[in-house]
Design a protein around this ligand. Structure first.
Ligand SMILES: Cc1cc2nc3c(=O)[nH]c(=O)nc-3n(C[C@H](O)[C@H](O)[C@H](O)COP(=O)(O)OP(=O)(O)OC[C@H]3O[C@@H](n4cnc5c(N)ncnc54)[C@H](O)[C@@H]3O)c2cc1C
Length: 422
């Protein structure tokens, strides 16, 4: 079609930006107008400015773990694929789980460690002495706990990532349209999308990438597509800690006893949030709430809302005191409400749509900043060559949900990603 963009990407979060940049570079865009990224607010307006900027690999899906490992390498050498850099540090992560020695059941942490070893991802048990030395004696350790160390884990800064996203789009000549909302689509006789209708007019295109995260179900329902994404609200909180009590090289603490991720932010801030809930009853209730909330992310996610309730803070404060007993009473230094954009099995949705041939999904499943550079490369490869060479993405195809009733899907526990449901 005349004046059509090669690809229109909907959503200016980290996944949309990664797809736009990788595709622009793959096509060696000399023409300023071949790749168009459309964002209804501003770049990073969604989850991509409310994450913890942790990049890790351990995952009960070996392919997801290998993609994450590759992505970790991309983050380290971002200049090679995006042409810009993002500041980061490699502190590693300590995972804390239950010790089930006495339970005589196979311990899922050991199974995970074995799986990671088989896939060449470093994730190994450490003893209390090692955990103590890695954390300068600042965390509570317990005989009834297991400690695993993942040395390759990176910590980035949210502002550094946002700056890298903005610079990479500009450097790679992606046509960015902020404050422009995609409201609907037109299709041709074969059902392919040939234009997106926006708040600022019609934009013709040959391919479309859906990177609209938690907003996807509402937008794509217009095309008769059922994108199974629900929203699980979560709080993130920051605590001001004495610099003497928070070592600068503190590894990320993925604490599954307290159900909290802790990391050090710049300054001596301890940042924390709860992980995604991982059992079917919690996942299904998030889906039922989403059905009652047709406006989805616009209601649950309010970028102007920085309020966290007293009860929530008290709950988090107890977790901090439990794991960092030496720091005294934690001093609240700000927090915010956010959400995870979860899928029924908590896995991401990546690849071509199973009904509309020129539509590609790049949706994170709740934990996807870490995958962003790898997802961008994979979607770009898929669009430009029709396949991905290194990774078989069928496990992450939207077709896995098919016309299946979600109850049938959930009645098989093996369907749910459970690396840390322990
Ligand atoms: C508290 C918390 C901590 C997290 N920590 C980590 C972490 O440490 N590591 C990690 O890997 N992941 C983490 N995540 C997950 C991570 O933040 C997300 O997976 C990731 O940011 C998703 O990016 P995205 O681009 O898919 O979505 P988003 O950033 O939400 O982007 C979607 C964009 O689409 C736009 N949009 C929607 N509809 C339209 C439309 N109709 N037209 C135009 N634009 C539209 C929205 O405005 C939005 O900007 C965390 C999440 C939370 C909640």
């Amino acid at each position: 079609m005349k004046d059509a963009y090669h690809t229109v990407i909907i959503g200016g979060g980290c996944l949309g930006v990664a797809c736009a940049v990788s595709l622009a570079r793959a096509l060696k865009t000399t023409d300023y107008h071949r790749i168009c990224l459309i964002e209804k607010a501003v770049l990073g307006a969604g989850l991509s400015s409310r994450h913890s900027a942790i990049v890790r690999s351990a995952n009960s899906s070996p392919i997801a773990a290998r993609v994450a490992k590759k992505s970790t390498q991309y983050w380290k050498e971002l200049k090679n694929i995006w042409g810009v850099t993002a500041p980061l540090s490699q502190t590693g992560a300590i995972w804390i789980g239950k010790n089930s020695y006495k339970q005589k059941t196979p311990n899922a942490w050991r199974q995970l460690a074995q799986k990671m070893q088989d896939n060449h991802i470093e994730f190994y048990p450490i003893d209390n002495k090692k955990a103590k030395s890695l954390t300068s004696g600042q965390i509570r350790l317990d005989e009834d706990e297991l400690y695993y160390f993942e040395p390759d884990v990176l910590q980035l800064e949210a502002s550094g990532i946002l700056q890298a996203m903005q610079q990479a789009l500009s450097l790679n000549k992606v046509d960015v349209k902020e404050h422009t909302e995609v409201t609907s689509f037109t299709t041709d006789h074969s059902g392919k999308i040939n234009s997106v209708i926006t708040s600022k007019g019609k934009i013709n295109c040959t391919h479309v990438i859906n990177a609209s995260g938690g907003w996807s179900p509402r937008l794509f329902a217009q095309l008769g597509l059922d994108i199974p994404i629900a929203l699980e609200p979560v709080y993130a909180a920051n605590w001001l800690i004495s610099a003497a009590d928070l070592p600068t090289n503190l590894p990320i603490i993925a604490d599954f006893i307290n159900r909290a991720y802790f990391r050090r932010w710049r300054g001596s801030i301890l940042h924390m949030h709860q992980p995604r809930k991982r059992n079917v009853s919690h996942i299904s209730s998030s889906f039922s709430y989403s059905l009652m909330n047709p406006l989805g992310s616009d209601i649950i996610y309010d970028a102007s809302n920085y309020a966290v309730t007293y009860a929530q803070l008290q709950h988090y404060s107890d977790k901090v005191v439990n794991r960092f007993p030496a720091i005294g009473k934690p001093l609240y230094a700000g927090g915010y409400v956010s959400y995870f954009d979860i899928t029924p099995d908590l896995k991401f949705i990546l690849g071509q749509d199973d009904q509309i041939e020129n539509l590609y999904h790049c949706l994170g499943g709740g934990q996807a900043l870490k995958y962003a550079p790898a997802f961008g490369e994979l979607i770009s490869e898929l669009i430009t060559t029709g396949r991905t060479q290194e990774f078989d993405l069928s496990e992450f195809s939207i077709s896995r949900f098919g016309t299946k009733n979600l109850v049938d899907f959930w009645s098989h526990p093996e369907n749910i990603l459970n690396e840390d449901s322990l």
